[in-house]
Design a protein around this ligand. Structure first.
Ligand SMILES: *Cc1c(COP(=O)(O)O)cnc(C)c1O
Length: 428
């Protein structure tokens, strides 16, 4: 990251925008309005904005469907039978994988279950799972019910690593120690890559190495990491991962998830799976015969027909990522979030009104800062909304603000700071 001396001034913010090579990308998105006025949007961690091009991508598939109907599966350059291939170049770049290690399919929570079928294989002696305390609810329910499905007791099986007393985020050393302590009883490490509540990025490489050194599998839920921080899943040796596309990846509410399966598992016939015809060898798929033969790599985990309309929306966004480049986005993101952090410190100072619980080290965070609002609470957040700022509130007193490098400008961050300062004066 560039060494930079931030200033709390509109002039300075505009200067950073002028120097920003990615500044024009925000024009490629629709911004929501509050009372007729364009909002400042800091909620790309929850639902990314709609690219202006999405309609066109979907329309093209609607036209294909209208004109070709069933022939659309095999005819034309968009032939749906091969649609899974389109997203691979961009997805593999975003998560740091080979193309055959990634595929877009299903939804995130469903994929977690499918992947657990293959990668959580408890035995009498090796059955425990390590995860982070306070994981996203879907992940908690998924782990709880997977464990029960194997006839085990979640209380005795799921080990949650928690922050130390008085701390908000996890220490890598504590995660590694927990892995070592469970040792030969540990079957799986399954946790977030980037924690949704605190914004902390976990050291996926060290965690994977530690998990493997005791003989466990390691998987990550990358809902908040994908499209936010660059990763190297292949090189890190992660066994599996899955993410959604509607947060930082701007692909639309509830849109398709993505899956990573490391190439060392690409052809392992011993891995059990819950299969469907779309994971079966595509040369023979339409022979409609008995005997499941998985496709090579992540494709072999596909279950059903690809959702072509959903993938069209996904592709409109992935094409933007390809043009912008995940590394360039990250460079801007560090500056943008660094600026937000600087301004909040200027405003809150030593008053203790706002405490940033997201790690200070840029390597341990993405776009999002999570702010504990000690005074004024939700009134401060509501006042921000009335002044045109869309962020996100988590009970009881955390405000999550995520300036994203595709949507947001330095001026957005400056305006946020001005409004926050006024709201604090009013309520805190
Ligand atoms: C957003 C999110 C989900 C949501 O799951 P869906 O299946 O897409 O509804 C799950 N896990 C984590 C960690 C998330 O951040």
């Amino acid at each position: 990251m560039k060494d930079i001396k931030y200033e709390y001034s509109e002039f300075f913010a505009r200067q950073l925008d002028n120097e920003d090579p990615l500044k024009d990308f925000r024009n490629e998105f629709y911004f929501p309005k509050i009372e007729g006025k364009e909002a400042i949007y800091f909620c790309g961690n929850s639902l990314g904005l709609q690219p202006r091009s999405t309609k066109e991508y979907i329309q093209r598939e609607l036209d294909n469907w209208a004109e070709l109907a069933v022939d659309g599966h095999f005819k034309g350059e968009d032939a749906w039978y091969h649609v899974r291939k389109k997203s691979k170049p961009a997805l593999s770049e975003i998560v740091g994988a080979h193309e055959h290690e990634v595929v877009a399919m299903n939804n995130l929570s469903s994929n977690l279950h499918f992947l657990m079928v293959s990668f959580y294989r408890p035995s009498k002696t090796r059955f425990k799972i390590i995860t982070e305390a306070g994981a996203f609810p879907s992940d908690m329910y998924m782990l709880e019910t997977q464990v029960k499905f194997h006839g085990l007791d979640p209380e005795k099986t799921i080990i949650e690593v928690a922050p130390r007393p008085g701390e908000h985020t996890l220490r890598t050393e504590d995660i590694l120690l927990a892995i070592e302590e469970q040792g030969e009883e540990l079957a799986l490490v399954m946790m977030a890559g980037l924690q949704y509540y605190t914004g902390q990025v976990f050291d996926m490489e060290s965690i994977t190495r530690a998990g493997h050194s005791v003989g466990a599998n390691v998987g990550f839920d990358l809902a908040h990491a994908a499209g936010n921080v660059p990763m190297s899943l292949h090189d890190w040796g992660v066994d599996f991962a899955t993410w959604c596309s509607y947060k930082y990846m701007n692909s639309g509410p509830g849109n398709v998830s993505g899956v990573f399966v490391h190439e060392r598992h690409a052809q392992n016939p011993d891995l059990p799976r819950f299969a469907g015809w779309w994971g079966h060898d595509e040369e023979e798929r339409f022979k409609m015969e008995k005997g499941f033969k998985p496709m090579y790599g992540a494709d072999g985990w596909q279950v059903a027909n690809s959702n072509v309309l959903a993938l069209a929306a996904h592709q409109s966004s992935l094409d933007i990522f390809e043009r912008a480049g995940i590394k360039n986005l990250r460079e801007k993101s560090e500056l943008l979030t660094g600026y937000l952090e600087f301004l909040i410190q200027q405003i809150s100072g030593d008053s203790g009104v706002i405490e940033i619980i997201t790690p200070k080290n840029p390597q341990e965070r993405g776009c999002q800062l999570s702010l504990l609002v000690h005074k004024g609470g939700k009134a401060v957040f509501d006042e921000l909304y009335l002044n045109g700022i869309i962020g996100d509130w988590r009970h009881p007193k955390v405000m999550r603000i995520a300036p994203t490098p595709l949507h947001n400008s330095f001026l957005d961050v400056f305006r946020f700071a001005q409004i926050l300062e006024k709201s604090i004066l009013k309520f805190a």
